[in-house]
Design a protein around this ligand. Sequence first.
Ligand code: PLP
Length: 370
Amino acid sequence: MPIDLPMAQKDLLFQVTRNDQAKSVAELEDILAAPAFGQVFTDHMVDICWSEKGGWHRPRVQPYGPIALDPAASVLHYGQEIFEGLKAYRHPDGSVWSFRPDQNAKRLQRSAKRMALPDLPEEYFLESLRQLIAVDGHWTPGAPETSLYLRPFMFAKEAFLGIRPAKKVNYYLIASPTGAYFPGGVSPVSIWLSTTYSRAGKGGTGQAKTGGNYAASLVAQMEAAEHGCQQVMFLDSVEGKYLEELGGMNVVLVYADGTLVTPASETILEGITRDSILQLAADRGHAVERRPVALEEFRQGVASSQITEVFACGTAAVVTPIGQVLTPDGPIGSANAEAGELTMSLREQLTDIQYGRAEDPYGWMVRLSQ
Ligand SMILES: *Cc1c(COP(=O)(O)O)cnc(C)c1O
């Protein structure tokens, strides 16, 4: 088998090694009855190697397990790493689908470019999803609002302490069954506005899905928790005047005239959920604006009821209504704010498409199972 040769465009030959300690049907039933996010992983994982000389090679599906790393592997020192996050959904007929995976593939390429990592061709990315579902598709739960969370990632594996892009990199895909994000029904999250910390800076890595951005957001998240808030919202790092996003979700404001406004800036991670929600809203006839949004516009808009709903969006929670936002200059909105009507209706429309309960006029759904 030519698995040690660089892969030709159409020759994605994955070597599959079955896990002889795969979970039994009974064990899996227990796990899928109450899946907790990111704690249990499927029996297998995908691994593709890259080297400067050989390009992408040795695509494998192998038993899930620890990765052996040289202590000098450059990711451990300089953080050259990127990731993606998407879900596999079980449809009523039992088939397994993903939502706009081509967009995740393209974003992984953009992140790779920013972090000086190699470009993984879109077809390799999509094939990695199909290969993992071929062996672990039965891990996709079927209860409402549950899914199999897919986590592709890539990092610098070369053992080398010099400062330059690594010449050895690996791409992996792991998967974890997840329950409903809001088991008790969707309810608004409380937000702490950080004026101490920034998530990303001008010319920095804000648009790349890289672990470092999350590492940088953790103390701000702790600060939010100390103030009794569930999530943190960041402002721009230059003037500290404009809304950016939460640690891992984009933000959308709904105005009384039906316009949806979302902050635009080079330091924001462009979410596929946000893009899809705004498309649904636009097709319902709502005006959609991507532009800078000043904190003061937000504060005054809520106070004057010109802004009627605020929500956050991302793959994990889909759409999360935002309740009160605590700021050093006083709260924005009311502590018992309820989920907005448009927020909930867009959430339902999107999840109906994702779970195959409604037609997909956009061609967003991609079948992963045979
Ligand atoms: C992944 C991510 C999002 C949401 O992106 P989706 O494609 O909608 O899941 C938003 N902000 C940050 C910082 C992220 O890392």
